[in-house]
Ligand binder design. Structure first.
Ligand code: PA5
Length: 460
């Protein structure tokens, strides 16, 4: 199970007092009851009161529901169908372009970067178990980038396909990309009438993309379940279909998330990862003005998880002129860019390290060399993980010496099960924090303003 440690040496000196956390035990335990009741309310027949709307609490028990359905219905369950569709696509094509923006792509990208080969698209297919290369587009409107990807696909010998993801089915960035990529896809396959086999949409049960999918003859398509908001949808077909295309174990992802659900529901305040995480962050913000929430990822593989969390926190809590400012950094890289400010700048930051206990590959040693001008023979037996661990400990020590608060979120391994735990933990924490602040974490009314203006400008 994931671990969460607040740097105990800071209590009393780094801003937080034990009482800050203890004072939140009652309110947060109450909020947990509310969040659990929201999941029941969402699933039941009762009307959702006005004050709770929108209530996109469908994400909460979704992992359990998908796993239960798999156990009960086998091949006809949605999870089995997602896997079958991903396997069919993997047989049919060499590359898949995943079109989507915001919550409709950030989770899949996070899973790819965290769990797949670090050079997934570049390595020989055998090193990615023969699965297709995966590219992300439709998440911007960059003329050069789109055509760059089309060049790359045109230079391939094998076929390529599309997974298009849009809950609303009407997001302009994704829709424009789909039209362009479809045009190229249709002219690149031998039988244009078969294009529907190469395209798998994930969308609502009605809307423009749904209608287009019908017209194209896409027999396989998956829903974004009702009551699951975009940024909470990584453990629905939105994240699971691309993950299955990449060959990830989607059952393990869901099992990890279901474990986090059980932990959240059962564990008391002082052992509850979700409640402890929110308590420390909230106390640092409210009491000490640390409203920049730094997620300090170590190594290269968790940056996209951090960017996914940036969106989750920003779109969920950045409302009514409130909400902490999320910032993902990657160390040791950013110790050489942001480190100075985090060590000596304003005391407006609260740093949570996101680390991995056990890497995937065997530790690589520096090794002896006849050319010792760099003086590294002294460290010949040290490995890259040893250096990373020393950097983490050294950085934490430096913050501690200056009474700057940090916490550690530790993944025992970088695999699907622990990623499932982490994603679910951060989604639950975001909802809990929203309820604690009296902010509805669901919905993103502020995003509509730019869309409305952009469409008006384009269509006038
Ligand atoms: O979290 C959200 O709801 C948003 O980030 C959406 O995912 C994003 O705007 C894309 O929307 P759609 O899936 O409807 O194309």
């Amino acid at each position: 199970m994931l671990e969460y440690h607040l740097d105990g040496t800071l209590i009393g000196t780094g801003g937080l007092e034990t009482s800050d956390l203890e004072n939140l035990a009652g309110p947060l335990t109450g909020v947990r009851e509310e969040v659990l009741a929201d999941a029941d309310l969402w699933a039941g027949d009762a009307n959702v009161p006005e004050a709770k709307q929108p209530l996109d609490a469908g994400f909460h028990m979704l992992p359990n529901r998908l796993l239960d359905e798999l156990a009960a219905d086998g091949d006809s369950s949605q999870l089995a169908q997602i896997q079958a569709s991903a396997d069919r696509l993997a047989e049919l094509v060499d590359s898949v372009v995943v079109l989507g923006i915001g919550g409709s792509y950030m989770g899949a990208r996070a899973l790819l970067e965290a769990c797949c080969h670090p050079y997934y698209n570049q390595v020989a297919p055998t090193l990615r178990a023969g699965r297709p290369a995966v590219y992300f587009e439709g998440n911007n409107v960059d003329n050069d980038a789109v055509q760059g990807l089309l060049d790359l696909l045109a230079g391939q010998t094998g076929d390529w396909g599309i997974v298009v993801i849009s809950k609303s089915g009407g997001t302009l960035e994704t829709a424009a990309a789909l039209r362009i990529f479809l045009r190229e896809l249709t002219s690149s396959i031998s039988d244009a009438a078969e294009v529907g086999k190469y395209v798998v949409p994930v969308t609502g049960t009605s809307g423009k993309l749904f209608d287009l999918a019908t017209a194209l003859g896409c027999d396989e398509r998956f829903p974004v379940p009702d009551g699951v908001g975009g940024r909470f949808s990584v453990l629905s077909a939105v994240g699971l279909l691309p993950a299955a295309v990449m060959g990830l174990d989607i059952e393990a992802l869901l099992a990890g998330a279901a474990e986090m659900n059980a932990h959240f529901e059962r564990e008391p305040f002082d052992k509850n990862l979700v409640l402890q995480y929110v308590a420390a962050a909230h106390a640092m913000e409210e009491k000490h003005g640390a409203d920049i929430r730094v997620l300090s990822t170590w190594g290269k593989r968790l940056e996209a998880v951090g960017l996914w969390y940036d969106q989750l926190l920003a779109e969920s809590l950045g409302k009514h002129e409130r909400g902490a400012m999320p910032l993902t950094i990657v160390n040791t890289r950013d110790l050489h860019s942001r480190g100075q400010q985090h060590q000596e700048g304003k005391r407006d930051k609260y740093i949570t390290n996101l680390t991995v206990k056990q890497g995937i590959r065997e530790p690589l040693a520096i090794g002896q060399s006849d050319y010792n001008q760099d003086g590294l023979n002294e460290l010949a037996n040290k490995t890259l993980p040893d250096i990373l661990s020393a950097a983490i400990a050294g950085t934490n020590q430096a913050y501690r010496d200056d009474h700057r608060a940090t916490a550690d979120l530790v993944l025992p391994k970088l695999d699907e099960q622990h990623l499932g735990q982490l994603l679910q933990m951060l989604m639950l924490a975001t909802v809990v924090e929203g309820r604690l602040l009296g902010i509805n974490p669901y919905g993103q009314p502020g995003v509509e303003a730019y869309k409305k203006n952009m469409n008006a400008i384009l269509r006038k």
